[in-house]
Design a protein around this ligand. Sequence first.
Ligand code: GH3
Ligand code: MG
Ligand code: MG
Length: 378
Amino acid sequence: MNSGAKLSVQVMGRSPRWPAAGVGMTDKVDGAVRGPMAYSVARSAIEKLEAAKVWPTALNYELWLHLAADPDGELSKEIERLLKSGAALTDEVCASLAATFLASGRLNEQINDTGDALTRELVSVSGAVRSAGAAARSFGQTLEAAGRELGQPQDGDSGLRAVVDNLSTATRAVQTEHRSLDSRLAESVREVARLKEDLDEVRKDACTDALTNLANRRAFDVELRRLCTGASDEPRDRVIALALLDVDNFKRFNDTWGHQTGDQVLRFVASVIGRLAPPPRFPARYGGEEFTILFLGESTRQIESALTQVRREVSARMLRRRSTNEELGSLTVSAGFAERLPGESADSLMARADAALYLSKRGGRDRTTRSDGLAAAG
Ligand code: GH3
Ligand code: MG
Ligand code: MG
C-alpha cells in the first residue's frame, strides 16, 4: 500500500509539456557544452552519474548532461523526480527518458536531413528546367532567323539547305534536352516519393511506442493539448474525458519474473487497451506501466464500462511465461478518469485524472475511480 504514496509523488510531478520544452532544453545544453563552463559541466554530469550509480553510457551521459547544464529543464526535473522516488534507473527507464525528452531534437535532425535532400532534389530539377528553357530559347532564335532568311530572296538551294540543316540541328538539341529533362523529372518524382515515405516513417516512429505499438506519450500530449485548446475540429460541447490506467504492483511482478516477461505483459495489456479503445478513442502508453485513453463525446457510463472491461480482461488472463508455459498468476489494473470541465486546461484535466487514479490505488487497487472521488461501478 505504501506505493500509493509514492504514486502520488510520481503522479503530481508529471507535467507533459511537449514539444516546446524539449527543443529549448537541447539548445540550452548545446550552448553550455560549447561555452566557457563546458568542462566543468561535463565533470558535474559524470559526478552526478556516479552518485546516482548509473553507468556512464553515451546515452546516460547525454541525459545527465542535461541535468548538469539545465537543472530547471523538464528532463532534469523528471530525472530528479525518479531519483527521489528511489526508482531504479535501469537502461529501459533511461531509454524511455531519452525517447520522451531527447527525441524531438533527433526528430528535427532527421526531418532536416530529409528536407535537405528534398531541397537538393528541387535545385537539381530547376537546373534541368533552366537548361531546357535555354535550349528552347535558342531553338526559338534559330527559327526566327530561319524565318527571316526564308522571307528573303535566296542564292539558290544552298541557302535553303543551310537553313533547314540549322533548323534540324536545333530541333535535335531541343529534343535531347527534353528527353533528359523528362528522365530527370521522372527520377525526381521517384526520389521525392521515397523521401516522403521516409518522412512518414519518421513521423510514425516519433509518435509510436516501440514496445507496445500504441501511441506514445508525446503523441498523447499533442492530442490532449489539441483537444483542450480548441485547436480540434470537434464541436465544443463534445465531452472530452481522460483516463489513466496503471498496472498494479508491477514492480513486484518484474522483480519476480524478470523484465522480459514484464515486457510481454505490457504488450498484452496494451493489446487489450488498443482493442477496447478503437477510434475515436485514443489510447496511448504514457510510460512504464501507465496507459492513457482519451474519450470523446462519451457518457460517464460508457467510459466506466470501457475501463471496467479493460480491467476485467487483463485480470481474467492467466499469464504464462512464453518459453516454458509456466503459470505466473494474473495482474490487476487500476484506473482513474476525469471529464473535462468547460475551459479546463490539459494540465488540470491530467491532474484530476491522476488524483482519481491515486484514489483507486489507495482504495485497494483493481478498481476505477471518477475524478469527483466517487468509486465508479465495476
Ligand atoms: P502500484 O500498484 O502502486 O502502481 O505499484 P507498481 O509496482 O506497479 O508501481 P511502481 O511505480 O513502484 O513500479 C513500476 C514498475 O514498472 C517499475 C518497473 O519495474 C516497471 N516498469 C516500468 N517500465 C517498464 C518497462 O518498460 N518494462 C518492464 N518490464 N517493466 C517496467
Ligand atoms: Mg505507475
Ligand atoms: Mg503500477
